[in-house]
Write a protein of this length. Structure first.
Length: 132
């Protein structure tokens, strides 16, 4: 059986891509890598990773993922800053999903966001985003 592809869309296996970020053996090197890994965490239902990579100043008290949402694709549109030597950055993207529980019609959805990220303690974290 071939290795499972990473949901973030790089074409790599999850073990070669976002897996080490999710399991804590590596940290995102760039803003785009953080956003891709967070998308993968949504797709895989990993709320713990989402909480760990959310800026403590803006993180909600709790996070509940909707089990009826199936994330189906990510398209990174643009990045500003967010490189190896930057302290801040933005990543514009489109994320695609389907929602609808068993026995319900599947609704397609496109989430558009321009995420703001920054380094806290040397690690990239999600601050907030402009939706739309």
């Amino acid at each position: 059986m071939p290795p499972r592809r990473c949901p973030c869309g790089t074409g790599l296996s999850h073990a070669e891509c976002c897996g080490p970020l999710h399991d804590g053996t590596a940290a995102a090197a760039t803003a785009e890598q953080l956003v891709r890994s967070r998308y993968s965490a949504f797709a895989l239902g990993d709320a713990g990773y989402l909480e760990r990579t959310w800026d403590p100043a803006t993180r909600p008290r709790s996070l509940t993922l909707d089990p009826d949402v199936r994330w189906t694709g990510l398209e990174v549109l643009a990045t500003t800053g967010g490189g190896l030597f930057d302290a801040e950055g933005t990543v514009a993207f489109r994320a695609y999903s389907r929602a609808g529980g068993e026995g319900h019609a599947q609704a397609e959805h496109t989430h558009r966001e321009r995420s703001r990220v920054r380094r806290v303690g040397g690690r990239w974290v999600y601050v907030d985003g402009d939706i739309g």
